[in-house]
Design a protein around this ligand. Structure first.
Ligand code: SF4
Length: 420
């Protein structure tokens, strides 16, 4: 079945809306497939965005509807246009033609049948890029199993370990239990992380990235999330700890949004930001658990201006503004690229060492860069002395996109088979 369901059970809400008849579900989605943006996106984790950008398709509506949603405009369905499955398929091909590293379906849960059909049609037309399923983690095991053969990479949130917090912020007390089962299903489906190489950089072609967005005042829950991920999955997934929380809900309330004002009245802590100290404590906690490598972010919370404009770019027709988008993306990516200088220097050193050890082949490509990033991150986390310039910690420039450092400890690297 590739269209909306008559008694929808696509997400764990299982609200049973008759979407085929036009009824809207708890997620806000009805009969039509609605997309708000299809464009290159440069702010995912490095092996997903790379320097070319990820081909991101942002769907409207959302099953989870967190009160602090960072993409509230599309989650509420206030942006987007109705498109056919055929048009969605064309968008994927157009993103590939623009040089995307992958196609990245952002919150597709409630449109899963249509998304799978579009991927199948695009593949029949030659699409060969990895398919990324970018999800809140609030997924049913059944729906994920239906993705087998379609999805290569899961980029999944794991938002809360505590049911009360999940109820408070997402009206989903079952979230922790659901998300763990969903992550298990994802790992079962796509396996351990594997990379190839594009432009000399590692690209994630298979595996699961577990993202956790630190929330203001919720450090202890974040620690529980990290511990759960470690205990359940070890090195089977890549962990990404994010500090880009932006109090969008406060801005919306100030702009007169009644729903946001009610949410803020109930959860006033969401008007704040995540302190640098708390984020450091979270990273220290991950270190203390023996998680050698994970994605982390530099700088404070993201500026609201870094939320992409949901202006139908690339939706109705191939984006004529693509050249402009690319230019802007490169500008932001170049700031990220500054951070890579340290990694690249480390890469050269790593390659030199590998050559001296006669293990050059094993240290090339994705694994070499992985180790380089590890070296840079290790210096940043453990070795940088007071006043010493930290290779991944650069002064935050006002308006700069958060810099993501990364490293990976996976023992599997499909491109080389090297061992970390
Ligand atoms: S995807 Fe939407 S309509 Fe379907 S069960 Fe979930 S909330 Fe209801």
């Amino acid at each position: 079945m590739s269209g909306p369901r008559s008694a929808c059970d696509l997400c764990p809400r299982r609200c049973g809306a008759d979407r085929a008849a036009g009824e809207r579900g708890a997620c806000g989605a009805g009969r039509a497939l609605v997309v708000a943006r299809a464009a290159l996106h440069f702010w995912e984790e490095p092996p997903i965005s790379g320097e070319r950008g990820s081909g991101a398709v942002f769907f409207a509506h959302c099953p989870l509807r967190c009160v602090y949603c960072q993409n509230a405009l599309i989650a509420a369905g206030e942006a987007g246009a109705e498109v056919s499955v055929g048009r969605l398929s064309e968008m994927l091909l157009e993103l590939a033609a623009q040089g995307a590293l992958n196609v990245n379906l952002v919150t597709p849960t409630h449109y899963a049948p249509e998304a799978r059909s579009a991927v199948a049609a695009a593949r029949a037309e030659g699409l060969s890029l990895p398919v990324v399923w970018n999800t809140s983690g609030y997924e049913t095991v059944e729906a994920l199993r239906a993705n087998a053969g379609t999805v290569d990479v899961y980029l999944s949130d794991f938002k809360y370990a505590d049911a009360a917090l999940a109820a408070r912020y997402s009206h989903a007390p079952d979230y922790p239990e659901v998300a763990i089962k969903a992550l298990e299903a994802m790992v079962d489906e796509v396996g351990a992380p594997a990379f190839d190489e594009v432009d000399g950089m590692p690209r994630l072609v298979r595996g699961v990235v577990v993202r956790h967005l630190a929330l203001p005042g919720a450090l202890e829950d974040s620690k529980r999330v990290v511990r759960l991920v470690r205990e359940h999955f070890g090195d089977e997934v890549l962990l990404s700890l994010m500090n880009q929380y932006t109090p969008v809900v406060a801005a919306s309330a100030a702009a007169g949004d009644a729903r946001a004002a009610r949410a803020l009245g109930r959860c006033p802590e969401l008007a704040g930001r995540v302190s640098g100290e708390d984020y450091e404590r979270l990273l220290d906690y991950a270190d203390g658990l023996g998680i050698e490598d994970y994605f982390w972010q530099e700088g404070g919370s993201a500026e609201e201006s870094f939320i992409p404009p949901f202006d139908l770019t690339g939706v109705r027709e191939r984006s004529r503004a693509w050249a402009g988008e690319r230019g802007r993306g490169e500008s932001r990516a170049s700031r990220f690229g500054v951070g890579r200088q340290g990694a690249r220097s480390a890469l050269r050193r790593a390659e030199g060492r590998a050559s001296r050890r006669g293990a050059q082949g094993a240290m090339r490509g994705a694994c070499a860069l992985r180790d380089a990033w590890r070296e840079a991150a290790g210096a940043r986390r453990h070795g940088a002395g007071a006043g010493e310039r930290d290779p991944l910690r650069l002064p935050r420039v006002s308006g700069t996109a958060p810099l993501r450092g990364c490293a990976r400890a996976s023992r599997r690297c499909s491109s080389t088979g090297a061992s970390a």
